[in-house]
Design a protein around this ligand. Structure first.
Ligand SMILES: Nc1nc2c(ncn2[C@@H]2O[C@H](COP(=O)(O)OP(=O)(O)OP(=O)(O)O)[C@@H](O)[C@H]2O)c(=O)[nH]1
Length: 415
């Protein structure tokens, strides 16, 4: 499921990590260079950074020693020296790294008279400090190129344009001024930004579906709509099983009085699952079928009415009128839009159109098991403001999965 998208996100993480590390190290080296300037007053070059660090400790005031003795700072100094020019790796260089990590600057007063230079160094100081202590400042512009690649990757995975933009914007916001801590890799920072961005867009409108059903007046009426052949009838049967496994009873109602064979198709599921089904003759009034099912449920203490409807386009006026009539007659608690994940952008656009025409409450995305791109799964909630509630993951009755944004993102990020 969503393997293509997963691979592309993995590539972005690798590219972003590499780009951010490179840029941050370049900046830290530039900062080291700026901090090296006072070394011109100290002619003795120091080729070994770690040694230089320990020598500067000998000369340092007591509080400075405490910082330099810190193994964390030692490692940072060694890193700083290792990445800096060996000719620049003098004792002053080391003391800058150490002192910026500590509470005082031993060479500070000597330099404070040169305001311009201090200002110049201040811009780099934060990054030098972060780098010397094993941290790295990551900035959005470090990620410009990987983000461009990510944008193309998302669009080619059928992620809708506005959703793609939102994801990129959140990543930029998340990494803005982030200091990668010692315990984190740059990859982890990027991953956490990506995770946040994805969860953000796919969790729009989520609610506790099971709780909503349990809290509703009985029977709760759920109507299913969408275009032909996307898996509405199968999803109704799956959802009936899902309820059953949670101790909630359901009755199936075939409001698809339009298509020949629709009654038989739903009846087959009802018989297999041993559920009550309400049907009328082909050409009958769908609202009347659902109404009868509600009456049956009330009389038999059934928890949920699951109402199928004919496949339709949002532009099929007569069929959309039928939905409106169902609304008027039985006032359903929920209208769920069903579409197939493999339809990608088309599914997202249809979700938008149906939501505008019939005000859906949520979506079921079928055939996710056959979808590598994942674009519809990423986009529908953000585009409609209504959550994806379930994923269809196969043809069996048990192949229905509650859409859990955190879990979906875990899966996309390979966790
Ligand atoms: N792989 C896979 N196939 C599915 C899934 N859900 C439904 N299908 C298959 O999709 C086909 C169409 O499903 P239906 O339930 O008949 O679709 P429908 O929307 O009710 O179709 P109409 O009644 O013609 O509008 C069937 O062969 C189902 O087995 C799913 O999650 N994964």
């Amino acid at each position: 499921m969503f393997d293509g998208l997963k691979e592309k996100l993995g590539r972005f993480r690798e590219d972003a990590e590499e780009a951010a590390e490179e840029a941050a190290e370049e900046e830290a080296q530039a900062a080291d260079g700026a901090a090296d300037a006072p070394a011109e007053t100290d002619p003795s070059p120091e080729p070994d950074a770690a040694e230089a660090g320990s020598e500067s400790v000998d000369d340092a005031p007591t509080d400075e020693r405490a910082v330099a003795d810190d193994p964390v700072t030692d490692t940072g100094s060694a890193d700083g020296g290792a990445t800096g020019d060996s000719a620049d790796a003098d004792s002053t260089d080391q003391s800058v790294s150490s002192s910026e990590s500590g509470p005082t600057r031993p060479d500070g007063p000597a330099q404070s008279s040169e305001d311009d230079r201090e200002n110049f160094k201040a811009g780099f100081g934060q990054r030098a400090k972060a780098f010397a202590t094993g941290g790295v400042i990551i900035r959005p512009e470090h990620l410009d190129e990987p983000l461009e690649q990510l944008e193309l990757a998302l669009l080619s995975s059928d992620v809708e344009m506005s959703v793609t933009r939102q994801i990129l914007e959140t990543i930029r916001e998340e990494v803005e001024g982030t200091t990668r801590a010692q315990v984190q890799s740059t990859g982890q920072v990027v991953e956490s930004a990506l995770r946040e961005a994805l969860v953000d867009v796919i969790s729009v409108g989520q609610f506790d579906f099971e709780q909503r059903v349990r809290d509703a007046d009985k029977p709760m009426v759920v109507i299913f709509t969408g275009v032909n052949g996307v898996g509405k009838t199968t999803s109704i049967a799956k959802l009936s099983e899902w309820f059953e496994s949670r101790g909630l009873s359901s009755v199936l109602a075939n409001g698809d009085t339009y298509r020949a064979g629709a009654n038989e198709q739903l009846r087959e599921h009802a018989e297999t699952l041993d559920r009550k089904i309400i049907t009328h003759q082909q050409g009958g009034d769908p609202a009347a079928v659902i109404y009868d099912a509600v009456e049956y449920a009330e009389a038999h203490d059934v928890d949920v009415v699951l109402g199928d409807t004919a496949g339709r386009l949002h532009t099929s006026n007569d069929l959309m009128d039928q939905l409106e009539k169902i609304d008027r007659v039985v006032d359903p608690d929920m209208t769920l839009f069903v579409d197939e994940a493999v339809a990608g952008q088309d599914a997202t656009q249809r979700a938008r159109q149906f939501n505008e025409a019939a005000a859906i409450d949520g979506a079921i995305l079928t055939k996710a098991d056959a979808d590598s791109k994942g674009g519809a799964a990423i986009s529908i909630a953000h585009v409609t403001g209504k959550p994806i509630l379930f994923l269809g993951t196969g043809q069996g009755y048990e192949d229905l999965e509650r859409f859990d944004p955190e879990r979906i993102v875990d899966r996309l990020l390979g966790e």
